[in-house]
Every structure is written in C-alpha cells, then in structure tokens.
Design a protein around this ligand. Structure first.
Ligand code: PEP
Length: 253
C-alpha cells in the first residue's frame, strides 16, 4: 500500500510567533486525535524551518519541509537557499515546481529537473508539483501539459530515484480559488500520471509513488477527494493555516 500523506504549504504567511503557535496547536491536536500512519508534513517559510524543526523534536509525528530550493549547490545567488543547506538543517522534504514558482519566478522544466537532482543528492524527498492552468484545461490540453511537466522534471531519473519522489497534481485553476476538481477530474488526472509513470518506470515503481491532490482542499471535500483510488493524500494551502481545518483534513486521509 502506498504511503498516505497530507502536506501543508504555508506559503509566505505567518510571523514567527504565529508559526510557533500554529505548530503547537497542530502537535496537540494530532497527538490527541490522529490515528493511523498518515504522514503529516508542514512547509513553513524558510526562516522558521530551524525553530519549528526544534519545536517538533526528533520523534515528532509531524515532519517538516521547505517550499523550494535553489538548483545550485552554493555560490553567488543572493537570497537563495540550497538543498545542501536544507540537509544541514535536517529538513527531510522540499516542494519543487509549485505553480506559483513556475508562474511568478519563471521556473523552467530544465531548472526543476536540476532542483530535483540537487534535492535527491542531498537526501531530501522532493514533492514535485504539476498541474494545468485554466486556459489549458479549457483547450483540452491538460493531459498533454501535465505529462510534459512530469517528463521534463522527472523522466531523467532511474527507477530507484523515482521511488523517492512524491508527486502533487495541482490544477492551477483550483489553487486558492475555492474551486476544487471533481472526484472524476482528480482521479482521471492521477491515473494519467500513474500510467505515464508505469510506461517509463514500470508497474512496481509507479505503484510506490504517492500522488497527492492539491487545490482548495477543505475539511468538507477532503474525504471525497481522498477516496479516489489514485489519490494518496493532499497538498493543502489555505486550509493548512487553520489548525482545526488541517487536522480534519488529515483525519480524512
Ligand atoms: C497550494 O498552493 O499548494 C494549494 C493547494 O493551495 P490551496 O489549498 O489554498 O488551494
């Protein structure tokens, strides 16, 4: 059975104090209410990673991830953070290729492939995002685009490396808009991705890769989305900033 995962992407939100209280609330609620082996990951802004990592402690039920990393190992890239730096802070996960990075920071497929390599070389587990904007879906080209994104970012890997990747399918038209993909739309795209992985890496590998859904996941729609055969959990934006909502979503997985 594939690992079920619920990851929260806090984006550029919270002060340090707010981040610490949100983490404390989550630790309490998760400890009291969450059973089973769903993996829980929070991805706060870079400056809080170290403090929250210490707050969570080594044996924490909640793990931590970064929202991005630079593709270079080190050097004159002012303001950037490398995969090696994340490794040195014992951060186990990193989101790569979020649609906001692709859209606002013009991250290309080639660059994302380099980030994936840098993350894996440093022992990090990448959460690789893909998904189509509204106009692409309306033109009926969503399958082609998402397959291309997967090819560009991940198809240079061998099967062993691929087993370390988590994929998040996030239709851009559903991110932060309140619009969620229907269960049929989500399952259809997750299956497209799974089959594409089967073609390239074989059944065994493809069946081990968790594929998360992202896009306006909320407590009232999470159960339905997570019930799809090829949806292995969620990448949650807005709702991950509210401890009660995030914990209800985790419980749905
Ligand atoms: C996201 O940004 O990854 C996301 C899914 O956001 P939201 O849940 O707010 O749509």
């Amino acid at each position: 059975m594939r690992q079920r995962i619920v990851a929260g992407n806090w984006k550029m939100n919270t002060t340090l104090l707010e981040a610490k209280s949100l983490t404390a609330e989550l630790m309490g609620m998760v400890g009291d209410e969450v059973r089973g082996d769903v993996k829980i990951i929070i991805c706060p802004p870079y400056p809080y990673l170290h403090a929250l990592q210490s707050q969570l402690g080594k044996s924490a039920r909640i793990e931590i991830g970064a929202q991005n990393c630079n593709e270079h190992a080190s050097g004159a890239y002012t303001g950037e953070v490398s995969a090696g730096m994340l490794k040195s802070m014992e951060v186990p996960y990193v989101i790569i290729g979020h649609s906001e990075r692709r859209q606002y920071f013009f991250e290309s497929g080639k660059q994302l492939a380099q980030k994936i390599d840098g993350a894996l070389a440093n022992g990090l587990k990448p959460i690789f995002c893909c998904g189509e904007p509204l106009e692409v879906r309306e033109a009926g080209d969503h399958e082609t685009l998402v397959k291309e994104q997967i090819e560009e970012g991940l198809f240079h890997l061998n099967a062993e490396a691929m087993k370390k990747i988590v994929i998040a399918y996030e239709p851009v038209w559903a991110i932060g808009t309140g619009k969620t993909a229907t269960t049929a739309q989500a399952q259809e795209m997750h299956l497209v991705i799974r089959k594409h992985l089967v073609d390239k890496f074989g059944e065994e590998t493809a069946n081990m890769v968790p594929i998360l859904y992202g896009g306006s996941v909320k407590p009232d729609n999470a159960k339905e989305i997570f019930s799809c055969a090829d949806v292995d959990g969620g990448l949650v934006g807005g709702a991950s900033l509210k401890s009660r909502d995030f914990v209800e979503i985790i419980k749905s997985a």
